[in-house]
Design a protein around this ligand. Structure first.
Ligand code: UDP
Length: 309
């Protein structure tokens, strides 16, 4: 194996798992991150590998790298609603300028490119489950607009580079994913609930907890990403677990699996919080021969020890 992959956002939750997977398959990996939400702790096991290089760089700035590069995997972004509410401009820049710079690198190196897009491009979906041909229901000026619209722009830019510059581009639409290496202060439902349960604090369910999400375990997602990266598919592909749960069901499951006696408390529902979300993965099933294997219960059991104090 003599291939090199650049992973932007490689010190983040998904990025670090992907770097590990690529190294395991024999790739040389250049991990680029400005550590705004990523952490070098996630790379502790990788840094010893001679085929691994870490570069502290903000993808919103021009990217210059020497040598042959075969894949540019643009994963860098703030991804938790709490983070992108705190850093909306950085979020918009990572999705727009960051995608432009990463595509520019792919063009210069004649590399394949993959955009890490999101189920958020469907917004608060009026079609359920979500298929790739659904155009979405996004509030461009709402508080989540910085994330949703920058990713929608990123998809448009990726397709333009594919059509104009003939770059071999892929677009992964990633649905809610969880697992070890998530930050305990990440703010998303699974890290919040596990932490609250382990510390005996009340679990904060927003709204009535009737909104739904479909949670994919990280190993399943990384397998899907890897298959997509090697595939000839240039159109967007949903990657996620199609099993759907209400947030209240999730909170109860976390209580059960941690054996915690914490209570559940109800807090205000954040603005524009999507009411439902479930991927239709028939495209990935057919084209990538991929589907998630880890159930939510199994995945949570693997994730809970990561958060243990
Ligand atoms: N949520 C919740 N309590 C929390 C964190 C999140 O009830 O402490 C809800 C949130 O309102 C949303 C769902 O859980 O409906 C998933 O939120 P998350 O931030 O994990 O991801 P999203 O899918 O919204 O990007």
């Amino acid at each position: 194996m003599n291939k090199t992959a650049v992973v932007t956002g490689g010190a983040g939750f998904i990025g670090a798992h992907l770097c590990q997977r690529l190294l395991g398959s024999g790739y040389k990996v250049i991990c680029m991150d400005n550590l705004i939400t990523g952490s070098k702790d996630n790379l502790r096991d990788l840094i010893k590998n001679k085929k691994f290089i870490f570069i502290n760089h903000n993808v919103s700035q021009y990217i210059k790298l020497a040598g042959k590069i075969d894949y540019v995997l643009h994963c860098a972004s703030l991804a938790s609603p709490e983070d992108y509410l705190r850093f909306p401009i950085q979020t918009l820049k990572a999705g727009s300028l960051g995608t432009h710079n990463s595509l520019g690198l792919a063009k210069e190196k004649k590399a394949a490119f993959m955009l890490f897009s999101t189920s958020e491009i469907y917004g608060d979906p009026l079609v359920h489950p979500q298929k790739e041909n659904y155009w979405g229901n996004v509030n461009p000026v709402g508080v989540r607009g910085c994330y949703d619209e920058s990713k929608r722009f990123a998809e448009a830019l990726t397709m333009a580079y594919h059509r104009v510059h003939k770059i071999d581009t892929k677009i992964a639409r990633i649905f809610n994913t969880y697992g070890p290496k998530m930050r305990s202060n990440d703010g998303r439902a699974i890290p919040n609930f596990i932490n609250q349960a382990l510390h005996g604090r009340p679990l904060t369910v927003y709204g009535k907890g009737e909104q739904t999400r479909s949670f994919c375990y990280i190993d399943d997602l990384v397998e899907g990403l890897y298959r997509l990266m090697l595939s000839p598919i240039n159109e967007p592909v949903n990657l996620g677990n199609p099993r759907e749960f209400t947030i209240l069901q999730l909170a109860r499951l976390v209580l059960q699996l941690t054996g915690s006696r914490s209570k559940i408390v109800f807090k205000a529902l954040p603005q524009d919080d999507p009411r439902q979300r479930r991927p239709d993965i028939s495209k990935a099933r057919k084209a990538l021969k991929w589907q998630p294997r880890v159930s939510l219960t199994e995945g949570l059991k693997k994730t809970i020890p990561w958060f243990k104090p």
